[in-house]
Design a protein around this ligand. Structure first.
Ligand code: PLP
Length: 391
């Protein structure tokens, strides 16, 4: 395990030792159900409420506006279905974007089969949503705009302030999937006019299977889960106590890191990787917005070869990265995000995403830089497309 170079932090992150240590007592001595009325339970309930305060502070919300969930996917479902079902008589139209995570896209597609209509906004070549298209897409039936804060594949950060302003002006709820942004970018739901926000602990060194959802006070929503009166009747089910405590600890650490001089190390290492690749390897495209991109993400198309093959060779050297491709029913589909940028199928197939974390070291980046050119050269030497291009 020690030789693993983990550069897939947009897929998940290592749970920090501090978060893990904070969780441990809740699996051992502090095991009571927080709904209990005895002191043993109430003490744990208090710990959960402290975690709620920490979480709320991160995004400038009030604690009552935070609902704990099982992660980003649940929070996205909650936002989109919750708004749709509660506001049906007002309208049935939802606006989202072509480059959203599947947790949003497939939820909207599901609603399209159940009486709702949707607009999928286009993006420019950097993956930035088209604001003019957004303005045009709004109708009097529009009840929700759901646009992600930062893209998980290419790192492009959305013009959320502009989107929030448009949503507020038109009186439409604005949901943002902030799973990649939470704990990495400063977020202010009030300033940005966000009505609903999704986040997930395992993307910021918290545990898997826990996340949070921000629901602005006064938002009309239906609850997805029927059951007990947990989370003020908004999300039934016994609290994931340890997960919630671990998430709050990870958030505290994330905020500390965000405000520390160490923070710039991630971007420096990312740029080091990106620049070295650009210098050593011809025929590549760097994807994402060069100005407005997450510091930890680099997504590159290596023309004439398959991303999947690159991943296999990287894996031989203990390097973990990802390609945007998704295996659907046996055939490899290129990333919907890269296709939305206007990248041809063939090129999109050759994409690799490296996503760094605060634990990434210079030695690790340098090992990737020393391994990758030979891998690309080997794969291209047997690629018919590459031979074709050289003619
Ligand atoms: C990871 C991710 C999700 C899903 O979150 P889970 O907690 O894994 O369910 C949703 N949206 C984005 C942008 C993500 O990166």
């Amino acid at each position: 395990m020690s030789t693993i170079i983990y550069l897939d932090n947009n897929a998940t992150t290592m749970t920090s030792p501090e978060a893990l240590a904070a969780m441990e007592p809740y699996y051992k001595e502090k095991y009571a159900n927080p709904s209990g009325i005895y002191g043993f339970a109430q003490e744990i309930k208090k710990d959960i409420e402290a975690a709620r305060e920490t979480t709320a502070k991160l995004i400038n919300a009030s604690p009552e506006e935070i609902i704990f969930t099982s992660g980003g996917t649940e929070a996205d479902n909650m936002a989109i279905k919750g708004i749709a079902y509660a506001n049906k008589e007002k309208g049935n139209h939802i606006i989202t974007c072509a480059t959203e995570h599947h947790a949003v896209l497939n939820t909207v597609k599901y609603l399209e089969k159940h009486g709702f209509t949707a607009s999928y906004l286009p993006v420019d070549k950097y993956g930035t949503v088209d604001i003019e298209a957004l303005k045009k897409a709004v109708t009097e039936k529009t009840i929700l705009i759901s646009i992600m804060y930062a893209n998980n594949e290419i790192g492009t950060i959305a013009p959320v302030d502009e989107i929030g302003k448009i949503a507020a002006e038109k009186g439409i709820y604005f949901h943002t999937d902030a799973v990649q942004a939470a704990g990495k970018l400063p977020i202010d739901v009030k300033k940005t006019n966000i009505s609903l926000l999704s986040a997930s602990a395992h993307k910021f060194h918290g545990p898997k299977g826990v996340g949070f959802f921000y629901q602005k006070k006064g938002t009309r929503m239906h609850s997805l889960m029927q059951g007990g009166h947990h989370e003020k009747n908004r999300r039934a089910g016994t609290e994931n106590t340890a997960g919630i405590i671990g998430m709050a600890k990870a958030l505290e650490e994330a905020v500390f890191f965000m405000n520390s001089p160490e923070k710039k190390k991630i971007k420096e290492l990312r740029d080091r990787l990106e620049n070295a690749i650009a210098e050593k390897i011809p025929d590549i495209i760097v994807n994402g917005n060069p100005e407005n991109r997450m510091d930890n993400t680099v997504n590159i198309c290596f023309k004439y070869i398959e991303g999947e093959s690159i991943l296999v060779y990287l894996d031989f050297e203990g390097i973990c990265a990802s390609s945007g491709s998704a295996c659907t029913s046996g055939s490899l589909e290129p990333s919907h995000v890269l296709l939305a940028l206007g990248i041809p199928h063939k090129t999109a197939h050759g994409s690799i995403r490296f996503s760094l974390s605060k634990y990434t070291t210079e030695e690790e980046i340098d090992r990737v830089v020393s391994s990758l050119p030979a891998i690309i050269e080997k794969l291209r030497s047997v690629s018919p497309l590459w031979k074709e291009r050289k003619k």
